[in-house]
Design a protein around this ligand. Sequence first.
Ligand SMILES: *Cc1c(COP(=O)(O)O)cnc(C)c1O
Length: 437
Amino acid sequence: MRYFSTQGGHETDLVGAMLSGLAPDGSLYVPEELPHFDSADLPGGTVAEVGATLLAPFFEGCSLAAELESICRDALNFPIPLDVLQSDPGRISVLELFHGPTAAFKDVGARFLAAAMERALPELDPGDSRPLTILVATSGDTGGAVAAAFHRRRGIRVGVLFPRGQVSPRQQHQLTCWGDNVRSFDVEGSFDTCQAMVKAAFTNPDLNVRHRLSAANSINVGRLLPQVVYYAAASLWHQRDHGTAASFIVPAGNLGNALGCIWARAMGLPIRSIILATNANRTIPDYLATGDWQPRPSVATLASAMDVGDPSNMERLRHLVPDFAELRGAVEAYPVEDAAIRQQIAKDFERFGRTWCPHTATGFWVYDHLPAGRRERESWVVVATAHPAKFDNIVEDVIGEAVPVPAELAALLELPAASEPLAGDPAALAQAIDEWI
Ligand SMILES: *Cc1c(COP(=O)(O)O)cnc(C)c1O
């Protein structure tokens, strides 16, 4: 399988696309075509088993082709349950993507990318023994998932940059409790400062001669592919258990998670409607309503990991469905305000005895506001993107009681944590990399 930049100027294989992240023309890599499956030919087994079959065409012709099964077993090794909350009429299930090491769905993509990169490295340039240095700027969640996923991977080290004093205490702990091959820098500045420093490192020619630098951004195609897998697996389980194709409601920010669902349906999996739930950052709902693409600065909301005003994966969605009328028929999107997020958390705590993180709550709000009759006509799955204990400061205030912390997260919060202060200046980062042993 070849991968092309959406602007069409660059071509590579999967390993090339994973290691470079962004194409040299600044656009995103997409596979030359999406393979098509008959769901009868797919194993309805574990996520790892579905992944090994479903992703085989994407790995064809690259040095990792023979490693796919081992990558899936290594990375997709935690539960992703699909739980029925209410049966017919108006069936609703929840797909829990938050049982990984940092209790959010980004663990899936980050772990898959880490497992793949670790196996790709020795093949890449056997004469080059320098470690791969991965740099991530984070405003909270991404950095923790990447640090956890790459911790103790052979031949790879990770530098995480976060804005000092601007991440929540639990987020900071998840960024700074690793050690070994992971260094965490608390940067004097904002998230934008961190991002500018990382960008400057990638475009610094001297630094790139001395070190092998790479990124692990959420736009990396190696993070996207495993996100197709859990939608495929969930749709097969749903079909087996209920005899119908599932309709998905996906909380969306940069659109990476939802794109996995859209690709899965395009590949022939039994998926009916796909609805995006956004927070007050309504670039996508406005676009689908008006046809006018108006990226804008993000606004801060309770569902902070979805605070995106210029969702970059829209480029991949438009590449798949270039015609606007067709696109509008393929996905719907509804914005959910903060007040509605709070109300929904309280409502579902009463109704189902379940607590959602603020991101997940947008999905349940959309379910409750579907037009008359539609809840009953389709069979719905709402995607839960993070464990509510990660957002205890918001959730506990709404439900009036403590959210139990899952065992993995509790264990992680017990680990000693430390970060290194770093000036908000590209030269300081370059020096830290040069002196890294
Ligand atoms: C990143 C994130 C999202 C948004 O996912 P996208 O792929 O950016 O659309 C939603 N919820 C949580 C908890 C996240 O961490």
